[in-house]
Design a protein around this ligand. Structure first.
Ligand code: HMG
Ligand code: MG
Length: 308
């Protein structure tokens, strides 16, 4: 079996994780969360989104978050930007890495960012020209890669074509988002192969939501064909406000547990993550979606109980 020795985890909890929570976290709490995640060994942490606070109020104050972390040159802190206005405010707050976010489905693109796919590509090209000129790293998301909440099936060829367009405009990493978590391993693998043909597999990251409980199986399938970057969210938080009914992201704890079990290094401490999940879920007022977190936290509360 061909498996990599190391996997890069991109922690999306402070953005994707929190954007869908009923109980918003204040910027100081989000700053604390990011610092704690860094202590756990995470080095790529999505810090916020420069989107309309009317559309996604949970991400208001992303400028405060980024400014407070400006001395953390040890971290990569990408932030979502949908348009020129978002780019300018992100840069004013010191963003050194941005993420543009498109979709493989027209209806989702319209609902999420209020424009067609082609219009979004035009906007992103404009942003990318500015970013490349200023030495800013660009991540490109494609949502709905394995299914759309409005249009159903999505053609992998269409996703691959978008991945090629985003790469050509300067995205150094393409994150393939299974926004509604409908993918299964064979489909995920075929999609990755189709995209890798356009971009090279080293540029691809996989971003699975866990609605149907397939995320870990999908990740393993993708890792086994050469994917080395995986998006996760602490506690399994998350969801997109424009994909109602979808579950959170695959949990960072669950992925680290999987990788530890496979002997694949991620640099992230499961023990540290447990403390963060416990702290975070208390603030958010609900238990973690992560199976690993639930198991380990329950065991912590009953130290004398037998394992298994
Ligand atoms: P719009 O309404 O079409 O924009 O929104 P507009 O240009 O017509 O402007 C309308 C108002 O919004 C104006 O204010 C602008 O200034 C303001 P007004 O004059 O009415 O007071 N505005 C902004 N304010 C702050 N920041 C900005 C900005 N741009 C305009 N950047 C827009 C277009 C994209 C802004 C809007 O649709 C929006 O914010 N959408 C939110 C998108 C979002 O954050 N979705 C969730 C993240 S995507 C996701 O979760 C999927 C992912 O995780 C991958 C996966 O899971 O598959 C990435
Ligand atoms: Mg997402």
């Amino acid at each position: 079996m061909d498996r990599p020795e190391h996997i890069n985890i991109v922690e999306v909890g402070p953005r994707d994780g929190l954007q869908n929570e009923a109980q918003p976290l204040s910027p100081p709490e989000r700053i604390e969360l990011i610092n704690r995640l860094a202590e756990a060994g995470l080095t790529q942490i999505e810090a916020g989104a420069f989107v309309s606070p009317r559309w996604v109020p949970q991400m208001a104050g992303s400028d405060e978050v980024l400014l407070a972390l400006s001395s953390r040159s040890d971290l990569r802190l990408p932030v979502l930007v949908p348009n020129r206005k978002g780019y300018q405010t992100a840069r004013a707050a010191g963003a050194r890495e941005i993420a543009v976010f498109g979709a493989a489905s027209e209806t989702f693109s319209k609902r999420n960012i209020n424009c067609s796919i082609d219009e979004s590509i035009e906007r992103f090209s404009e942003i990318c020209i500015l970013a490349l000129d200023e030495g800013i790293r660009i991540r490109g998301y494609i949502s709905c890669v394995l299914g759309c909440p409005y249009e159903g099936e999505v053609n992998p060829g269409r996703v691959a074509e978008l991945a090629a367009r985003m790469t050509a405009m300067g995205c150094t990493e393409i994150s393939l988002g299974d926004t509604i978590g409908v993918g299964t391993p064979d489909k995920a693998r075929s999609l990755v192969k189709a995209c890798a043909h356009e971009t090279g597999i080293e540029r691809l990251s996989v971003h699975f939501h866990d609605t149907y409980g397939q995320a870990l199986a999908n990740i393993l399938a993708c890792i086994e064909i050469g994917v080395t970057t995986v998006d996760t969210a602490v506690g399994g938080l998350g969801g997109c406000p424009y994909a109602t009914g979808s579950a959170g992201n695959v949990a960072t704890e669950d992925v680290v547990y999987l990788l530890d079990g496979l002997g694949i290094e991620s640099g992230v401490s499961l023990e540290h993550l447990m403390g963060i999940t416990e702290w975070l879920c208390k603030r958010l007022g609900h238990p973690p979606a992560s199976r690993v977190a639930r198991a380990l936290l329950a065991r912590r509360k009953q130290p004398s109980a037998a394992s298994g």
